[in-house]
Design a protein around this ligand. Structure first.
Ligand SMILES: *Cc1c(COP(=O)(O)O)cnc(C)c1O
Length: 234
């Protein structure tokens, strides 16, 4: 007998993975090169238990406290932080998250590097969030600031910089999000040519646009609503 909630999550997961595979086929990519992070913000731990049982085990949260409340109830899951990290919560984030995708300043990178050894994190995987569209409402480095700060970040031995992350613009159609993703890819390639320590990762694509992001080279998609359904209005 299978729990209907678990079965529904299995179907949702297969559907998202299928769309990722289709996008890879269209763009000549290997689906195993695309990691799926299931963004579980606002989803209660009881529902997440069914998701984990269905194989949705890599979860993303945008708030440290919410992840701290849920993580002890979900021993089978591992966690990425995808939202802005206040520096006074850096130590707590280090204790919980396998990877921090939302590093958005040199000061935060330095703080994480300083705290990582005491947290038993010899080489903490991080991503550098870029505000590609220079949207004042969004977090992330402006491209020029990252170009300036990247050498100092790569010089921090406690950090492993896996790549760049961005949140696409609010778009009416997935196609409208494409220029942001293409821009992040070319920006990353240019930076990497000058600074080989920058990892090859591109974290881009959410529920409405992950297929387009994969076509544009995404190596990690952060998908919430397509797996968990609509979130309550904030
Ligand atoms: C909420 C969130 C997502 C997932 O958004 P969906 O539209 O639900 O897929 C991805 N990335 C970040 C940074 C988020 O805050």
């Amino acid at each position: 007998m299978s729990d209907p909630e678990v079965a529904a999550f299995r179907d949702a997961l297969a559907s998202v993975r299928g769309r990722i595979a289709d996008a890879c086929a269209r763009s000549g990519r290997d689906p195993s090169a695309v990691t799926l992070v299931a963004v579980s913000k606002t989803v209660p731990a009881e529902r997440l238990r069914a998701a984990v049982e269905a194989g949705i085990t890599l979860l993303g949260e945008n708030r440290v406290q919410e992840a701290e409340e849920k993580a002890p109830l979900l021993p089978g899951a591992s966690w990425h932080l995808v939202g802005h990290l206040q520096s006074n919560k850096a130590a707590r984030a280090l204790a919980l998250f396998a990877e921090i995708e939302s590093v958005d300043s040199l000061a935060l990178a330095e703080r994480l590097a300083r705290l990582a050894p005491a947290a038993g994190r010899a080489r903490l995987p991080i991503w550098l969030q870029v505000n590609v569209d220079e949207d004042p409402a969004k977090e992330g480095f402006l491209a020029a600031d990252l170009a300036r700060d990247l050498p100092a970040i790569l010089a921090l031995p406690a950090l492993e910089v896996r790549g760049l992350m961005t949140v696409g613009r609010l778009a009416a159609t997935p196609e409208e999000a494409r220029p942001t993703f293409a821009h992040l890819r070319t920006f990353a390639a240019g930076l990497r040519a000058a600074h080989p320590g920058l990892g090859p990762g591109l974290s881009m694509g959410m529920s409405d646009d992950y297929a387009v992001a994969v076509e544009e080279g995404s190596t990690l998609v952060r998908v919430g609503r397509a797996l968990f359904g609509m979130r309550p209005a904030a």
